[in-house]
Design a protein around this ligand. Structure first.
Ligand code: BEZ
Length: 304
């Protein structure tokens, strides 16, 4: 059994079609069918049920698929990591979700650059979902995001849980008091939710906080990004729920009030390829913790 047999079989099983798999693999269909036949002969078991459309896997085929996929993921990571280790220049490509720019991200990167001037740091704004694909393809080395997705080839470290706050126009009744706001007081409002796409995203975390509190927002307007939501709050179009650090984005016509509900938190996660234990990443994580120590931000230390 060769690696190409695994790649070919996974493509056929995922596409549920020889035609689509052949297109995906950029090969003709007859050689693809021959390779799968060879694989079945080599294993001495049937992997794909005969004469079924759409194509169905046998129990052995499903077992083979479940174990072949992680092997191919590992192979891809091995390739990316070997290329990274073999590079002479030291680089660190960081993916981040926009809201972390208002939190500690600028200070983390500033301090890291000051301490490790020999490392070329690149920053790329992307959603958490985009970060996962970029990590796997080796386009970034670390992602700062907010979604707790389950992906066996990615290691996630929870840096901290950040409180959510509500952004209100200054004339709003809830802005007249200094005390925090409860979600139940927001159900009659036009909720300005971002980002509209791709999903899942921070938008779904906000909706989840409503449902975990047994509430449903009355009216929802989905927007492309955070800056638009804040601009529309300033214009009096509605209210928006944002991570606490966004308060750093000062806007004359927006005030922020703390959300008191116990579920109103959004995690900040550090995601890396499972095998990656490079010194650049160790140093970046240590920089995050050093800043948390300086600012008195609570966290639970983890190692790569
Ligand atoms: C933070 O605000 O805690 C943070 C932001 C970006 C990266 C890491 C941490």
């Amino acid at each position: 059994m060769e690696l190409r047999h695994l790649r070919y079989f996974v493509a056929v099983a995922e596409e549920r079609s020889f035609t689509r798999a052949a297109e995906r693999l950029h090969i003709a269909q007859p050689p693809l069918s021959r390779q799968i036949q060879q694989l079945e002969e080599d294993l001495g078991v049937v992997l794909i049920e005969k004469g079924c459309r759409p194509l169905r896997l046998t129990e052995a085929g499903q077992f083979f698929l479940d174990h072949a996929k992680p092997l191919l993921d590992q192979l891809r990571d091995l390739r990316t990591m070997t290329q990274r280790v073999g590079k002479l220049e030291r680089t660190l490509s960081v993916g981040f979700v926009a809201s972390t720019l208002y939190g500690q991200l600028p200070e983390i990167v500033r301090r890291y650059r000051e301490r490790y001037p020999e490392v070329e740091v690149t920053l790329v704004e992307m959603t958490t979902v985009e970060q996962l694909a970029a990590l796997k393809e080796g386009r970034i080395d670390v992602g700062f995001g907010r979604l707790k997705s389950e992906d066996p080839s990615i290691r996630r470290i929870l840096l901290r849980e950040e409180r959510m706050v509500v952004a209100l126009p200054p004339g709003h009744r809830l802005a007249q008091r200094d005390a925090g706001v409860r979600l139940t007081e927001l159900v009659g409002e036009n909720l300005l939710l971002y980002p509209k796409a791709p999903r899942p995203s921070f938008a779904d975390q906000v909706l989840a906080v409503f449902s975990e509190t047994n509430l449903t927002p009355g009216r929802v307007t989905e927007l492309r990004e955070l800056q638009i939501a804040i601009g529309l709050v300033a214009a009096g179009q509605g209210v928006s729920i944002v991570p606490e650090s966004v308060q750093g984005m000062h806007h004359g016509n927006v005030v922020y009030r703390r959300l008191e509900d116990k579920h109103a938190f959004s995690p900040i996660l550090f995601s890396v390829r499972h095998m990656d234990r490079s010194p650049e990443l160790e140093a970046l994580l240590a920089t995050v913790y050093a800043i948390y120590d300086d600012l008195g931000i609570a966290y639970q230390k983890e190692h790569l």
